[in-house]
Write a protein that binds this ligand. Sequence first.
Ligand code: HEC
Length: 212
Amino acid sequence: MSTGEAFRGLLLAGVALVFLGCRQDMHDQPKLQPLEASDFFENGMASRQLPAGTVARGQLREDVHLWQGKDAGGNVIDGMPMIDGKPIEITRELLLRGQNRYEIFCSVCHDSTGGGRGMIVRRGFKQPPPLSEQRLREMPNGYFFDVMTSGYGVMSSYANQLPVEDRWAVVAYIRALQASQMSLLSELPSEMQEQFHHALAAASEPAAEEHH
Ligand code: HEC
């Protein structure tokens, strides 16, 4: 390498270093972080206080049916509330979502059938009543929503884990659980009623036949 080349090399490296030194990152620019102290405003805070009554977008929660499961008089509602002007429909999709959330957040205590013998209970936590007991079957939908939203006795609130739509999906799933355990034969589709009668007839035929 000639001295000329070496010199040029050094010069280039020098120029590159100079430019590196000049670089200013966006994150280095003068600015104030939220909640940082600052003497710019009189109260010494960098952030301004929100005006009283400020509501974040989408968090108005004026619809008490939807957000509290209650009517204007404070009574729990039956049926399902409206979302975006349409009543929440009981679809397969809603029930599957409810089942998924129930399995994750509730079955640990209430077990998958709602019987109340979930793993946490088997390890010593207070046993909840079966979700399909008569008293709870007669409770309106809003009651279950309210239990999840506010908590009940030793059971804590699930409002932080379950967004409002999910809580309604779990309500629908609890109704399905209850129906699955306590249906009247006359409420089943006619094919199922027939199947049941066939099975019953087969079961009551003399067992002796089988020994030929
Ligand atoms: C950590 C255990 C635990 C979890 C998880 C739990 N629960 Fe409970 N739940 C209980 C206990 C215990 C009670 C009875 C509370 C009492 O009597 O103090 C109860 C009571 C209830 C009741 C009956 C209230 C009544 O009137 O008797 C409902 C309904 C209910 N839970 C629904 C749910 C749903 C839905 C979830 C899931 C989102 C859930 N629970 C998650 C423990 C739990």
